[in-house]
Design a protein around this ligand. Sequence first.
Ligand SMILES: C[S@@+](CC[C@H](N)C(=O)[O-])C[C@H]1O[C@@H](n2cnc3c(N)ncnc32)[C@H](O)[C@@H]1O
Length: 439
Amino acid sequence: MKGGRGKRGRAAAATREATLTIERLGTGGDGIAHLEGRPVFVPFTLPGETWRVVLQEGGAWRGRPLERLGEPVARAEPSCPHFTRCGGCLLQHLPDPLYDEFKRQRVIEPLRQARIDHSVPALLARSPQASRRRVRLAYARRGGRLLLGYRALRSHDIVPIATCPISLPVIQDLLPPLTGLLTSLGGEIREGEVVVTATHTGLDVRLGGVEARSLEQRERLAAFADTWDLARLTVASERGAAEAIVTRRPPVLRFGTTLVTLPLASFLQATEAGEAALQAAVADWLPDRTRVVDLYAGLGTLTLPIATRCERLDLVEGDADASAACARAIAAYPRLQARCRDLEADPLEAAELAPFDAAVLDPPRSGAARQVERLAKASLDRIVYVSCHPGSFARDAQHLQAAGFELVALRPVDQFLFAPEVELAALFLRGQAKAKLNA
Ligand SMILES: C[S@@+](CC[C@H](N)C(=O)[O-])C[C@H]1O[C@@H](n2cnc3c(N)ncnc32)[C@H](O)[C@@H]1O
């Protein structure tokens, strides 16, 4: 045994070694074992495995796996060379049935706690490898070297990566040259975030922490955009002011037949396959000639593909740039409208929801408690709720259920390969809409 509890008690993390048998997986994907009656979280392990770990006794006890002991348990072979160092793809070692069950449980458990009685079917659209169309990397200078990569698990350290197998190949190819570009921009470029997005017209690259004040830097950036045939290359200062240095082609996304130009920063679904699964749920669950309000609409991703069969479609979004991009894309269609509104501070009231038969709702992780309260009081009787957080979804679903809505269909979607997150689409009906379903 090494170390012991520090003089300042729990606040000072102490370390020692222990041998633990993993009992189950926690919601974050860590294996959970018990020691001295307390749970210990051990990443990259499987139920049934025994591990020698370095124990970190802080608020929550964590174990850093050192050596696997005893009988081996069947594992999947991780495809990424950075597995166990990078903080993103924690579930690569899970065999398929366990992986699917883990993600289903992420939905089942919050629903059970919220007393919502609905079965959770098998995962849809398990993202294939090499399909992530946006990566968000960090870079920093360390000891004279520029490191570009992902943050390490529960740390601000950067794990430098030369490849990221879950991303589209066109993004993977760009990673080593991007490191070279950032290095060549000079010593004042110290740290920041890099976002690379694949659009239908090419890659959109945004370099944070770069101001490009000198002509030489601008020429380097322009040459890089030419060499790699980027659609657009943007820099953003530490204060967040963004400037497109080169726009060779507008970076465009296609939703159905509508083309939307990607703003400098806005939300985008992580994979095309996941996006298509969510769009299919929306299309399946909204009948023709419905009057639809799309709340937290982003760029119109979920409803623009069915715009031609809606009687009316209003897209409401809090990000002004996303809303403006959406408005420009639909300007020629009088039945479609896009407006910017903060739905947390200023949710649509029941009277404003009166002209609609159905709402589509795709809020951020925190859910949409205040907007759901208004939807519960409104006259519409059909809601398609898309969520990236089963916990806040279950809370909001409970509220809808209390207002007479019934959860009649649910599809878990695997938008984030190997990450503990799971996306879902759900259909709620009440009143006539529910009666028609049962007829
Ligand atoms: C999960 S994304 C969904 C976007 C879109 N439905 C899609 O599929 O791409 C959530 C969206 O909600 C927007 N949002 C976040 N907070 C908001 C708020 N308080 N009011 C309105 N929109 C908000 C974000 O800008 C983002 O576009």
